[in-house]
Design a protein around this ligand. Structure first.
Ligand SMILES: O=c1[nH]c(=O)c2[nH]c(=O)[nH]c2[nH]1
Length: 245
């Protein structure tokens, strides 16, 4: 049977809804148990975020629209049942119009960037986190456990990035906010052993229109230019002591 046909068959055999992670594990276990030549299987799934539409506030029976960020799942399973499970988010675009700065950085004779406590902050978050489960038999029984975890991790990242709805939270740099986001996830979810975040600094710069007489930069209700290049590629991994990524 073709590999792709086996994926369809295994999906058809599912009698209940299950997370992308559980389906990846199911497929990997099938490949490592069915073929005597296969010692390890690596399965990666990217779930497209089709969301049910609401018409006049009512959920539509059969209408969906494509959302933005994607849920990823990757599992490595060995014949023995030893497992490595990672999940992630791709393309989570977020922006704050204030409560962001960049200051206190090291300066030398070439540093031109002024310090600021007031700027826009925008990034596209890519996250990858590893679960501590080490065998297929030890993962939680609820078939939607990892779907719920994915939604909770996304919520935790967003809450830390934005802060409370009214007052928000000050970001001293992309790096510091990234660290706080990763730390929030490790603090909140004991079965996540490490997390990697990539957060490019996507600039929205106030348009600077100068004449001989004056410079017009006002920040409040200003015109902001989204510039895609150049930008800093800011990324880091945070692990619990002794854990592997
Ligand atoms: O939060 C920031 N981190 C940087 O490393 C950096 N570099 C830069 O030019 N602006 C910023 N902002």
């Amino acid at each position: 049977m073709l590999l792709v046909t086996q994926v369809y068959v295994k999906a058809k055999e599912c009698s209940e809804q299950l997370s992308a992670e559980n389906f990846a594990i199911l497929l990997a276990r099938h490949f490592t148990s069915f073929y005597k030549q296969v010692t390890t299987a690596i399965v990666k799934i990217v779930e497209k975020p089709w969301e049910r539409v609401h018409i006049n506030g009512q959920p539509h029976e059969h209408g969906f629209k494509l959302g933005s960020e994607k849920h990823t799942a990757e599992v490595t399973v060995q014949k023995s049942g030893v497992l490595k499970l990672t999940s992630g988010i791709e393309g989570l675009s977020v922006l704050k119009t204030t409560k962001s700065g960049f200051e206190g950085f090291i300066r030398d004779q070439y540093t031109a960037l002024p310090e600021t406590r007031e700027r826009m902050l925008a990034t596209e978050v890519t996250a990858l986190w590893r679960y501590s489960y080490e065998s297929a038999s030890s993962i939680p029984k609820n078939p939607l456990y990892f779907t719920e975890r994915y939604l909770d991790v996304k919520k935790s990242l967003a809450n830390t990035f934005f802060g409370p709805p009214k007052e928000g939270v000050y970001s001293a740099s992309v790096q510091r906010t990234l660290f706080q986001m990763a730390k929030a996830v490790l603090n909140r979810f004991p079965d996540i052993s490490s997390i990697q975040l990539k957060m490019p600094n996507i600039h929205f710069l106030p348009v600077n229109i100068s004449s001989k007489e004056n410079t017009i930069v006002k920040f409040n209700d200003d015109v902001f230019l989204p510039t895609d290049e150049p930008h800093g590629s800011i990324e880091a991994s945070l692990s619990r002591f002794w854990s592997k990524m």
